[in-house]
Design a protein around this ligand. Structure first.
Ligand SMILES: [Zn+2]
Length: 586
């Protein structure tokens, strides 16, 4: 998407400065003073972005702004809102203006700002207004920390010796460079010729030295795919909470949510490293090698693409590939992770309802706006996208007799589009490159798996490596209501109803409280039905719906859930072993 550029009010003589103070950090506010000088026009529009790149939802950051006022020569001048996120300032002949506003920040996530007395996480797209039509303009940011705050962590360069004065060459960089201010524990390591910095916020039982070693292995393994690491400096900002999670990629940094006391548990630590591998892989795939719609960004509206199954799905595939190559997953663990990803994708009804292409396009209104019915209607461009990436990887390895893999596609696309053409790729361009490396016309593959709903033929592709998929539940004939029940406070509440399950067909609703099965109160309903009933049994389910009691006759159906593992398919041939060696990094 290109951004129309009418005559800019801001010229090359323009200087934009922000000063950020925290007089009410304890109440979750930042006060921002923005000065613009070198203005030529008599009116100046400033805007707040409506979304943050990487997280495809219009979040309306202007909703958290208050106390907006504009000044020239020490006097307040007229300013009026003309759209939900645009303020028009009548500056008359004044060529320098000062704007003040406050931002309320109390949403804990990797993609939204959060401020309290202990620290400030400035998710920049929700914090800094920009002069309309001047996204190219540089700016300087002065941070005045709240009492006790000592440290700033960001990929923005600082000016001179002052770590609290930051410089941004343009707004695409500013909005892609979150800033953490507080008392975080900062440590560094060098890898792939790049200075890495880790900022641990909120404490935790992590082992600094081990983390440096493990993150360096991930960085080296990822850099080896592209043969270059385009950053000079890169920052991992880690937010530790009791139950932290999620991550958001940026050009030269990432923000990760983590479990504060989970680092000493192997599974939780591996999840953290795998998340770090995912977000770091994005510095190539999506931040630089990107779908054509994703940059330069339009911060005013949705930026649509049908390629998130590549941007996110391939990255999800690679996070595990990299864990394997870095030696952090052993071969058996890797096969287990692959099987688990297939299991969760196949158990998600939405993958049979919505295509990957549509899921990508509608991320703005579906993936990021989940409802109780989301598991039935939304495909996962992460999980299913990763599985499609795996099929393509195996096809390339087979075609090249173990000489090439999906890495070669990623490197070719990075070189050709990011470095040579200096633009994003179209869907057709990515497909053409996949066809070149698989040696196959992919019309049918795309029709079935990308724009269509055909079941993925895992066995065909895993068979190239001498493996097959086995469903541990295939022989089960266990009955189920097909509803999700959350028990607490002595109540069993329905929170989800699976498409085409018994509850779906016979009318159990989300928000029903199940009080009895066949007239008896049952504490663990799923377990009771699985142990005591048969498929086809007719039972009565007593519920309270909006204060009214009712009894629903329900015919139990077989639990359609699958649970896969991967095993050898007979004795592998030499050809299969060559594919396996490359795919499994043996
Ligand atoms: Zn991602």
């Amino acid at each position: 998407m290109t951004i129309s550029a009418p005559a800019s009010a801001v010229t090359s003589k323009t200087a934009i400065n922000y000063t950020v103070t925290f007089p009410e950090a304890q109440a979750h506010y930042a006060n921002i003073e923005m000065t613009i000088s070198g203005i030529k026009n008599t009116t100046t529009d400033v805007k707040m972005p409506v979304w943050t790149p990487g997280s495809y939802l219009v979040r309306e950051f202007a909703k958290s702004v208050e106390g907006f006022a504009a000044f020239a020569g020490g006097k307040e001048i007229p300013a009026i809102k003309i759209t939900k996120n645009t303020w028009r300032i009548s500056n008359g002949k004044a060529s320098s203006i000062k704007i003040v506003y406050k931002v309320y920040a109390f949403e804990i996530s990797v993609r939204t700002a959060f401020i309290d007395a202990s620290h400030a996480f400035l998710s920049t797209s929700g914090m800094f207004m920009y002069p309309a039509d001047s996204l190219h303009a540089p700016s300087t940011i002065h941070i005045k920390p709240y009492k006790g705050w000592t440290t700033v962590s960001t990929s923005l360069d600082h000016v001179g010796d002052d770590p609290f004065t930051l410089y941004s060459p343009n707004y695409d960089i500013l909005f892609d460079s979150p800033i953490e201010v507080g008392t975080q524990d900062v440590f560094g390591f060098d890898a792939a010729g790049v200075k890495y910095e880790v900022a641990m916020c909120g404490g935790g039982n992590y082992n600094r030295e081990q983390m440096k070693i493990d993150l360096a292995k991930i960085v080296e393994a990822e850099t080896a795919i592209y043969h270059e690491n385009p950053n000079k400096r890169y920052v991992f900002i880690v937010h530790n909470y009791v139950k932290g999670g999620g991550g958001l990629e940026h050009l030269s940094s990432t923000v990760l949510g983590a479990v504060r006391d989970g680092y000493a548990t192997e599974g939780t630590y591996h999840n953290f490293l795998s998340l770090a591998a995912h977000e770091h892989f994005h510095l190539w795939n999506v931040k630089r090698l990107r779908p054509i719609a994703l940059g330069p960004f339009d911060y005013d509206t949705e930026n649509y693409t049908r390629s998130l199954w590549i941007a996110e799905g391939f990255t999800t595939y690679y996070q595990n590939v990299i864990m394997r190559r870095a030696g952090l997953y052993k071969p058996d663990e890797y096969l287990g992770v692959v099987a688990a990803n297939i299991t969760s994708a196949e158990n998600l009804k939405g993958n049979k309802t919505q295509s990957l292409s549509d899921a990508s396009f509608d991320a703005w209104i579906k993936y990021y706006r989940p409802t109780e019915n989301t598991p039935n209607t939304n495909a996962s461009y992460y999980g299913k996208g990763a599985n499609v990436a795996m099929l393509l990887d195996l096809e390339i390895i087979r075609h090249s007799k173990g000489a090439q893999c999906l890495d070669d596609v990623m490197k070719y696309m990075y070189d050709e589009f990011y470095k040579v053409k200096q633009r994003g790729y179209t869907e057709e361009e990515f497909k053409a490159t996949l066809e070149k490396y698989t040696g196959v016309n992919l019309d049918d593959f795309y029709q079935k798996y990308v724009s269509g709903l055909a079941p993925l033929d895992y066995d065909r592709y895993l068979g190239y490596a001498g493996y097959k998929l086995v469903d541990d539940y295939a022989a089960n004939n266990i009955p189920t209501l097909g509803v999700t029940i959350v028990t607490g406070g002595g109540k069993s509440m329905v929170t989800g109803v699976m498409r085409d399950g018994a509850g779906w067909i016979d009318g159990i609703n989300v928000n029903d409280e199940i009080t009895a099965i066949d007239g008896a109160a049952i504490p663990e309903i799923d377990k009771f039905i699985a142990a005591n009933k048969k498929v086809g049994d007719k039972i009565s389910v007593s519920v309270i719906r909006d204060g009214q009691k009712m009894v629903l006759p329900v015919t139990l159906l077989r639990n359609p859930g699958v649970k896969y593992h991967i095993e050898d398919k007979g004795t592998p041939t030499a050809e299969m072993l060559a594919v396996r060696k490359k795919w499994m990094h043996l």
